[in-house]
Design a protein around this ligand. Structure first.
Ligand code: GAP
Length: 457
């Protein structure tokens, strides 16, 4: 069997409607992608699974939905205006611009350029003669810092005062609402605020499909806690993220931790979880011990007091924050790679199948009338009934074998065939996507059968 490459995955996604090139009819826009009918459902299911794992199943955890545009002072306080930069270098030969850290990590995915200084990165590129991805020569300028935030203007007059930023991370929406959430939920520490939402970064390097894009979604989660309890909570969420990935079907051997040596300005401890993509290991999650940095900064810049008073002891302090962040698009990409399987059937045909766990599969049930003219009325009746409970797909076009193949590549875990027995005896056959085994079952038992299979706990 051929190896699943990034190129092959991009084509499969385009062909079946998982992901299309952004603005494709205009020739696209670099590093933008649009989710199609299957991709949008898959992504929503992943976000729902996150809500389940991080909000519903945690005590004192609340989801908010903050605006993308925020008071620009937020980004001064957070440090993004001053230091949310990428180290860029230009190829002297063909004049293309690259991220020095990406060049190094593409050359050796174990190199971890994020722990190198600018001088070390330049020296590493020279020493290993790393070539320009465009022209192949190795002749670069020094490093220049480039701010990644997208700016836009609000109001009618375009000047410095009208600048607002498209948020480069969700986290600040959660920090500026710390006091609101604490007050309205009457929470004591520790409590958590999570959010699922878009973030924007002016990434200039090619992105490996949806791995690095300029608009992407994050599932971010901040736990506000008492200093001194932070390390235990940090360890907990570092592990919790891994458990979440495993619960979605990612195998442990394809996941690894990367503890940061060089830390961001706000962090005391930081660790990523990386997934082994075809291009190498890539970060899908970060756990950060952000200390009291963020709330202290917001107190300083907003003038609002962020001090927490212990209800029993009256002890006062600014809470520490443990952040657990996951990139939705990167996780979906990992799940796409992980789900793909290609196998040769007895008749010599190749079967492509997406083995998503049923909870995240875009459609749970496929409904196929065996013979369109004879069985479609009954099949449509069943479709109407089952769509009250599950996402179903109805397909009456082409041979039954072709329709099974289409359902396989859409990752439909249960495919029901309607035939004469359905009309005469009220029974259907259900085919299991992964084993291709079929069982016969009474229509009245269908909902329970599928619900049982979808239950996660
Ligand atoms: N609030 C902390 C924060 O934003 P980050 O490591 O910069 O930390 C968090 O980003 C997650 O967002 C990453 O682990 C990654 O999954 C995702 N992410 C970051 N930049 C991305 C990009 N350009 N395209 C797609 N996903 C991205």
């Amino acid at each position: 069997m051929e190896e699943m490459t990034m190129e092959k995955m991009t084509n499969l996604c385009k062909q079946y409607g998982y992901i299309y090139q952004g603005s494709e009819i205009y020739g696209g826009l670099a590093n933008t992608w649009d989710y199609g009918p299957l991709g949008a459902k898959l992504k929503n299911n992943v976000k729902d699974a996150w809500r389940n794992f991080y909000i519903r199943r945690r005590m004192n955890a609340y989801e908010i939905d903050a605006d993308i545009l925020m008071n620009p002072k937020v980004w001064v306080a957070s440090g993004h205006v001053a230091s949310f930069n990428d180290p860029l270098i230009d190829c002297k030969s063909c004049k293309t611009r690259h991220r020095a850290d990406n060049l190094i990590e593409a050359f050796d995915s174990n190199a971890h350029a994020d722990s190198m200084s600018e001088d070390e990165m330049v020296a590493y590129i020279k020493e290993h003669n790393i070539p320009c991805p465009k022209c192949g020569k190795s002749d670069f300028t020094g490093i220049r810092e480039f701010n990644l935030m997208f700016e836009t203007n609000r109001g009618v007059i375009k000047d410095d005062k009208s600048i607002v930023y498209l948020r480069p991370e969700n986290a600040q929406g959660e920090y500026v609402n710390y006091l609101n959430v604490k007050r309205t939920t009457r929470s004591n520490l520790p409590f958590s605020i999570g959010q699922v939402g878009k973030a924007f970064r002016n990434e200039i390097t090619p992105g490996n499909f949806t791995f690095r894009t300029i608009e992407f979604e994050q599932m971010e989660y901040q736990t506000f806690c008492k200093p001194g309890t932070d390390e235990e909570i940090y360890d907990f969420y570092k592990e919790y993220a891994k458990r979440f990935f495993i619960s979605l079907g990612l195998p442990e051997v394809k996941l690894r931790y990367h503890d940061h040596e060089k830390l961001a300005h706000y962090a005391k401890m930081a660790s990523d979880i990386e997934y082994e993509f075809p291009f190498g290991w890539g970060e899908i999650n970060g756990t950060h011990n952000r200390t009291d940095y963020d709330l202290t900064q917001h107190e300083k810049y907003s003038g609002e007091k962020m001090v927490y008073t212990e209800p029993e002891t009256n002890e006062k302090y600014i809470p520490y924050i443990i952040e657990s962040t996951i990139g939705v698009d990167r996780l979906v990409l990992a799940l796409l790679f992980n789900a793909y399987r290609e196998e040769e059937l007895e008749n010599g045909e190749t079967r492509e199948v997406m083995e998503f766990i049923p909870t995240i599969a875009p459609y749970k049930v496929g409904i196929l009338p065996l013979i369109k003219k004879v069985h479609s009325e009954k099949a449509k009746e069943l479709y109407e009934e089952l769509t009250k409970y599950f996402d179903c797909i109805y397909d009456d076009g082409g041979s039954i074998g072709k329709r099974y193949r289409r359902c396989d590549v859409m990752g439909v875990p249960f495919v029901i065939t309607i035939d004469d027995d359905t009309i005469n005896n009220n029974t259907v056959t259900i085919r299991d996507r992964d084993t291709m085994e079929q069982i016969t079952i009474n229509i009245s038992d269908l909902v329970k059968y599928i619900e049982d299979k979808l239950r996660v706990y």
